[in-house]
Design a protein. Structure first.
Length: 147
């Protein structure tokens, strides 16, 4: 895949475990967008925002994040056609953190695992999102950075 002329997402975190690779291609930056959503989801869950709302419409959230304090409207975000992929990967990461052994975003069991997780207390949901972020970062960290 050719390198994009502008990144798909850049959250301006210099030590991001996913996107600090010298080979910052578009898929890497999309995974970084998923990690950003997981990390922000922890705070959203602590603010009693329901898990289904946290896991939906990630593209719109990223667009709003880019134009909020600390961001700017020129910060590139995933393209609209990439939003379903970002949302599916987000759901898969949380389902895996909940204990589901899913290997694909098409696994029919994901909805059930997420419905069960949505019934947990907000603090438990925040813990789940934090675990998902840690697992996702570890899974997608550049090989040279893993012990």
């Amino acid at each position: 895949m050719p390198r994009p002329s502008s990144p798909a997402w850049d959250h301006h975190i210099e030590d991001c475990p996913v996107c600090t690779s010298p080979d910052r291609d578009e898929p890497t930056l999309l995974r970084c967008a998923v990690l950003t959503l997981l990390q922000h989801g922890v705070f959203m869950a602590e603010d009693d925002i329901p898990l289904p709302k946290i896991l939906s419409d990630g593209g719109h959230y990223l667009r709003g994040l880019a134009s909020s304090l600390g961001g700017d409207e020129t910060t590139p975000v995933p393209k609209t056609e990439q939003w379903p992929w970002v949302d599916a990967e987000l759901r898969l990461a949380v389902a895996r953190a909940a204990g589901l052994d899913a290997v694909s975003t098409l696994d029919a069991r994901i909805d059930g695992a997420l419905a069960t997780a949505a019934r947990k207390a907000p603090r438990r949901q925040a813990d789940l999102l934090e675990r998902a972020a840690e697992q996702f970062a570890q899974q997608h960290a550049p090989a040279s950075r893993t012990p």
